[in-house]
Design a protein around this ligand. Structure first.
Ligand code: GTP
Length: 594
């Protein structure tokens, strides 16, 4: 295709502002999906995506429109996947900034807008859901115009649901988004912006060609590793894969298949070049996304350990950002320490392990990565709180911090500041986006965000606040390890790293919560919280004799059996820690403030 006829664009939006619905309409209006085969969220392939209504993996679709080729690159909207968003943006020249006309600008609207501006994209401001009775297009057009510096009348209005305004929007993309520019005669360079494992075909790599040409049966090199592969198939998605016999040229977006079985060999952000005539310079900005949040995952039934390993291996084929290594816990047995990009990523992986692989798991409370410098100059990277060194030999501890942005109606400023202050936040600035909507910027320790910060923010602002955060280096902090002991024995899976000023409150809360969560046993169970050898809190679970059969006088055997089975069911999600039966919830008790 002549690059002059190509338009590469993406849709960026806050979660739930209607990106997938708009993409659906575009598929229909351009005729690549006929009305009969249309189903909601056409591009979200994974079941879990459809159920949760979120887009995890970005996708690219080629849409013919008035003699032009539009490549629509769908981007994930959630903070955890910022790295993928920013690679997708790099594959485009334009971005539709989609805002719910009943909600207005939210935190991820801003975060994505800044990313798009950083990538020099042409931005098309669009208000969506104008069919809603609660829509306030005038008000939010002004807000949006103020934000990006245009006239309110330049803000387009559409409904992804009814299709109103979508044709005009496609025309507008053709008119205003710049055509891709590249050197057709140069050595090939293509950016990998997505990489998906497919059981039948191996890894499918999505690329945007910047210079030169990539063909079928060509030897290609991944520039970050210098590994070479042969392209077995090369094509475009529209919306099903279609082989491109002539390969892909400047500005084109498509996929290639080389037979590799692991997405780590074909990583998002890497540059593909030709092996015979390799480019010398990679395309900008390749770095490994680093896991920010760690948690221990253990099978409830120890026999399932090999299955858990296999399942993680399989998931990693499709998720280069998932890392894990075996670990043993005195309390929980054999399991893995798993690293995630963020909390949502963690939830998704857990859910997939349980749902797709039928595993019953215990996960420990998530924690961040600490860098500990000892007095003798040695350095430790701690990804598991129970490995945090005790004793007086620590010189410094560093924790990761974030630049966090919160958007909310102005009436909640007080509540938001209170929450952030309570979590060791440092106010960096505040701006009014309109009379009643404010952007508040804080530096916050990541470790404080992962403990139900978002839930608390939502509940204190009646759901109106939105949050976005990005890693912003590390800071020194006064942190200690709090251990929890059952019957005098420390339970490694309960250890947590807590700020010194909060350690006492944390210990008291945890002991109380555990007393409520752990059922009474046949013997007394003392619970203690301790810092080193110093006990800071104590609770007691009194003994009972739990004899369910006492309830059925008489000899109704089937009723007895039923009761026994019921009791067994109830035990399923329990883990024996020493002699104590501990329910799964206890291991994440620290996550809730209530
Ligand atoms: P993520 O993929 O999770 O980021 O969400 P999304 O931005 O793709 O949002 P999605 O398309 O899933 O839409 C979110 C909700 O808004 C769904 O319940 C849609 O039915 C609804 N919705 C989307 N567009 C419109 C619209 O134009 N009008 C109305 N009334 N509802 C809409």
């Amino acid at each position: 295709t002549d690059p002059a006829l190509i338009r590469n664009f993406c849709i960026i939006a806050h979660i739930d502002h209607g990106k997938s619905t708009l993409a659906d309409r575009m598929l229909q209006i351009t005729g690549v999906v006929d009305d009969r085969s249309m189903r909601a969220q056409y591009l979200d392939r994974m079941d879990i995506e459809r159920e949760r209504g979120i887009t995890i993996k970005s996708q690219a679709v080629r849409l013919p429109w008035n003699g032009h080729v539009l490549n629509m690159i769908d981007t994930p909207g959630h903070v955890d996947f910022t790295y993928e968003v920013s690679r997708s943006l790099q594959a485009c020249e334009g971005a539709i900034l989609l805002v719910d006309a009943a909600q207005g600008i939210e935190a991820q609207t801003l975060a994505n807008l800044y990313l798009a501006m950083h990538n020099d994209l042409h931005i098309i401001p669009v208000l969506n859901k104008i069919d809603l009775p609660a829509a306030q297009p005038e008000k939010f057009a002004e807000e949006l115009a103020g934000l990006i510096g245009c006239d309110p009348s330049d803000v387009l209005r559409v409904s992804g649901k009814t299709g109103v305004g979508v044709k005009e929007l496609l025309d507008h993309v053709v008119e205003t988004v710049p055509a891709p520019v590249g050197d057709a005669d140069a050595a090939a360079r293509a950016l990998i912006f997505d990489s998906v494992y497919d059981t039948y075909r191996g890894v499918v790599t999505y690329v945007r060609v910047v210079d030169g040409h990539l063909g079928k049966r060509e030897r290609i090199t991944m520039m970050s590793t210098q590994a070479t592969h042969e392209t077995l198939e090369i094509g475009v998605i529209s919306p099903e894969p279609k082989v491109a016999e002539k390969g892909l040229g400047v500005g084109e977006v498509g996929y290639l298949i080389t037979g590799v079985k692991d997405v780590r060999q074909s990583r998002v952000g890497d540059t593909v070049t030709s092996a015979a005539r390799g480019a010398t310079e990679m395309l900008a900005g390749y770095d490994h996304p680093r896991p920010m949040v760690f948690s221990g995952l253990y099978p409830i039934d120890g026999d399932e350990y090999p299955e858990l390993r296999e399942a993680l291996d399989k998931l990693q084929l499709n998720d280069a950002s998932l890392v894990y290594e075996p670990e043993t816990s005195a309390a929980l047995g054999f399991g893995f320490r798993v690293g995630f990009l963020g909390l949502l990523h963690m939830e998704i992986i857990r859910e997939r392990l349980e749902r797709e692989f039928g595993l019953s798991l215990i996960s420990t409370a998530p924690n961040v990565v600490y860098r500990v410098v000892m007095e003798d100059g040695k350095e430790l990277t701690v990804t598991n709180p129970s490995e945090f060194p005790t004793g007086g030999k620590i010189a410094q501890v560093f924790e990761p911090v974030t630049k966090s942005t919160i958007l909310a109606p102005a009436e909640f400023i007080g509540a938001i500041m209170e929450i952030c202050q309570g979590r060791r936040g440092q106010l960096q600035g505040m701006d009014y986006l309109s009379e009643d909507r404010v952007e508040i910027r804080y530096t916050l320790p990541l470790g404080e965000i992962i403990f139900d910060f978002f839930d608390q923010l939502k509940s204190r602002t009646r759901g109106y606040a939105s949050l976005d955060y990005e890693p912003a280096g590390e800071q020194e902090a006064d942190l200690v390890k709090v251990d929890i002991l059952l019957q005098g024995e420390p339970v490694d899976a309960f250890s947590a790293i807590v700020h010194k000023d909060k350690a006492y409150g944390y210990g008291v809360d945890m002991a109380k919560k555990l007393r409520e969560l752990i059922p009474r046993q046949q013997f007394e169970v003392p619970i203690q919280a301790a810092i080193g050898a110093r006990v800071i809190a104590r609770e007691n679970i009194r003994a009972i004799r739990k004899d369910v059969l006492a309830k059925c006088y008489g000899g109704d055997i089937s009723r007895k059996r039923k009761l026994l089975e019921k009791q067994k069911e109830g035990k399923k999600r329990m883990k024996m820690v020493g002699r104590v039966e501990v329910p799964q919830e206890a291991f994440v008790a620290a996550l809730s403030t209530e």
